[in-house]
Ligand binder design. Structure first.
Ligand code: BTN
Length: 256
């Protein structure tokens, strides 16, 4: 597919920051001013309080990572339930395009290379009166070396530069533009009724994890379910085969 990766997609307002606490926070804090300009992308060279899921910190030093958040009103994303998968698919395609490597999707939206995390997504839906605002925060480890990760993550995290070996690393602005173009293509596709394609892609990118025994932390709550990952359901849910052999679909939680 021919994509314009020199420019951001038409209709996307872009705010480029040197530094902020968190690009997700920036969007939520400025919703009142930004709501008439949606969709909006906020990028930062560094975050002082980058957040991952479950209150975890997200390493956000300058120059090594992509820290970006897209703000959408529901109309932009068609079926908001599929936005987590679309965001993850878009990151996987972007990383594949620029490196030639093949990445895995760990439901709902972790991006792995040979079992190690390269990128993560934090989706926060905010309700303001009758309006819903959807923030899709994306963090990609682009140019990290192993010393950039805290000790407890060194065997679980990696970066695009570490796995591709590209000397000099990747330009964050180029990756941002490409990612925005891919994401917008998927949103267009969804508006035209492409739900099936989203699920097919998500299943394709999850194929290497199918059949694996996993621990699933259901949320809300602290129930942990052990089962076999069977794929992604047509409505975006996780299909898990429980120990008694029955198959159930889960919509909220995280795989260990
Ligand atoms: C995760 O896998 O735990 C999600 C990580 C999400 C990190 C991104 S970086 C840009 C945006 N701003 C944040 O504070 N978090 C997200």
């Amino acid at each position: 597919m021919n994509r314009d990766i020199e420019h951001y997609p038409a209709g996307l307002a872009v705010i480029e920051l040197d530094r902020c606490v968190s690009t997700n926070n920036y969007l939520k804090d400025n919703y009142g001013n930004l709501k008439d300009r949606l969709p909006v992308l906020v990028t930062a060279e560094a975050q002082t309080g980058g957040r991952g899921r479950d209150q975890r910190l997200w390493v956000s030093s300058a120059g090594i990572g992509l820290y970006s958040s897209f703000g959408f009103a529901p109309g932009h994303g068609g079926n908001l339930n599929l936005l987590p998968l679309i965001a993850a698919i878009s990151v996987i395609e972007t990383l594949g395009d620029i490196s030639g490597l093949s990445f895995d999707l760990k439901w709902p939206n972790d991006i792995l290379y040979e079992g190690k995390k390269v990128a993560g997504i934090l989706i926060e839906n905010t309700v303001s009166g009758s309006e819903i605002f959807c923030v899709v925060g994306i963090g990609i480890n682009l140019n990290h070396t192993i010393g950039d990760f805290p000790g407890e993550l060194t065997d679980r995290a990696t970066s695009l530069m570490m796995v591709s070996g590209l000397a000099g690393g990747y330009r964050v602005d180029e990756v941002n533009r490409r990612l925005a173009a891919v994401l917008f293509d998927w949103l267009e596709n969804l508006k035209e009724g492409g739900n099936t394609e989203v699920i097919e892609s998500a299943n394709w990118f999850s194929r290497r994890l199918k059949g694996e025994r996993i621990s699933f932390h259901q949320s809300p709550g602290d129930r942990v379910i052990s089962g076999v990952f069977k794929g992604i359901h047509s409505d975006g849910g996780l299909i898990l085969q429980d120990q008694d052999g029955s198959t159930k679909i889960y919509y909220s939680g995280e795989i260990d």
